[in-house]
Design a protein around this ligand. Structure first.
Ligand SMILES: NC(=O)c1ccc[n+]([C@@H]2O[C@H](COP(=O)([O-])OP(=O)(O)OC[C@H]3O[C@@H](n4cnc5c(N)ncnc54)[C@H](OP(=O)(O)O)[C@@H]3O)[C@@H](O)[C@H]2O)c1
Length: 344
């Protein structure tokens, strides 16, 4: 049994981690932190968890956390995670960070998108927590950088094509996300009246997840891949659907395309390659750690549209973090992650 802390347990990813870990056979919730809710029971703040998680919420005090937990999940805003990770690692804990603070390998690239990094050595040490790419490294890591939600949907949709060298290095990723992707802190642009019956793109050419996608796809392709990333906000609570437009270096048949993905993903516990003619839907992955992938080929055989769907709070955040936890602790990779979609 591993005693775990969730730092930032009252945000959306922290809540999802509590939900999943409260049913994990080999994890014990030992510390749940929030500055604003410290002193209350978790089940007072979230009455749905009455009699399931009645733990007191505490302030994020690293020494106190180290006395009770061996591993910490950090569900904090980027930049805030850096000091927490450094302090907890120093106190001997393993850390899974859900923010963007340790995802980029280059301190210069981090600085361009987020500001200066205070722990460049930890940036180098951290393992990018996408099991489909780095399963063995994650198992040995003490600091795992859990991937972003949009990057997971885009990278998993393109990885087999990048690794096989059949895709041109410029791709378009058009992604639609539910509003929980923006976190739980109130913002005027996220009010019900701004979101309901509305659909908007944002941060075109400026979204911070772009370098993360380009870093991992370039590494897989062993060549520079450029992603034109266009995110959208959709009036739904959870889910991401990414539509990925790819030009192919040589003509492929639909069978060729399916073979490339099957070869890469046949042993992956959470990837579902849909049969021809069936396309991914966010409603079919809600509440699960699954990513659905659909393949469509242009009649010319030189262009493909890949679609991928995941739940941003599960495979895009807390579920991936638990998958990484399972790997780091030598547990079955699917422990506590086998739930099926909640439809409708
Ligand atoms: N939402 C998603 O779909 C998603 C997906 C993947 C990754 N992520 C990333 O995961 C991280 C958490 O996201 P979220 O959506 O869960 O955020 P959130 O809903 O805003 O929650 C943030 C949590 O951190 C606490 N907190 C905030 N500032 C803090 C500080 N300076 N020191 C200590 N605690 C602090 C908050 O509680 P108090 O203010 O009470 O302390 C709250 O519990 C972010 O970096 C985000 O980018 C989010």
């Amino acid at each position: 049994m591993t005693e775990v802390a969730i730092v930032g347990a009252t945000g959306y990813t922290g809540m999802e981690l509590v939900r999943i870990l409260s049913r994990h056979p080999q994890a014990k919730l030992a510390v749940l932190t929030s500055r604003q809710q410290a002193g209350k029971l978790y089940s007072q703040v979230f009455p749905g968890l009455l009699q399931a998680v009645d733990l007191p919420i505490t302030n994020p005090d690293f020494r106190a956390i180290a006395k009770k937990a061996e591993l910490a999940f950090l569900c904090l805003p980027h930049s805030e995670s850096q000091d927490a990770a450094a302090a907890l690692l120093k106190l001997g804990l393993k850390v899974i960070d859900l923010s963007a603070d340790f995802r980029l390998k280059s301190a210069a690239v981090y600085k361009k998108w987020y500001g200066p990094h205070r722990y460049p050595a930890l940036l180098k040490e951290a393992v990018y927590g996408l099991p489909e790419l780095y399963r063995q490294k994650i198992a040995k890591a003490r600091l795992v950088a859990n991937p972003g939600c949009y990057p997971t949907s885009v990278i998993l949709g393109l990885l087999p094509l990048a690794a096989k060298g059949v895709m041109e290095p410029e791709v378009i990723a058009d992604s639609k996300s539910g509003v929980s992707g923006a976190g739980r802190s109130p913002q005027p642009s996220l009010h019900f009246c701004e979101i309901a019956e509305n659909l908007r793109a944002y941060n075109i050419y400026g979204h911070r997840h772009t370098p993360e996608m380009e870093q991992e796809l370039s590494a897989a392709a062993r060549a520079r891949v450029r992603v034109t990333f266009v995110p959208h906000l959709v009036p739904m609570n959870r889910g991401i659907l990414s539509t990925l437009y790819v030009k192919l270096k040589k003509k492929l048949s639909l069978d060729n395309l399916f073979d490339i993905f099957r070869e890469s993903y046949q042993d992956e516990p959470f990837l579902r390659l849909l049969p021809p003619g069936t396309l991914p839907e966010v409603a079919q992955v809600r509440g699960t750690n699954l990513t659905q992938i659909g393949l469509s080929l242009a009649p010319s055989g030189r262009e493909a549209v890949i679609t991928s769907a995941l739940d941003n709070l599960v495979k895009g955040a807390a579920g991936a973090a638990v998958q990484n936890f399972n790997l780091m602790q030598g547990l079955p990779e699917s422990s506590a992650l086998e739930s099926l979609p909640l439809v409708p």
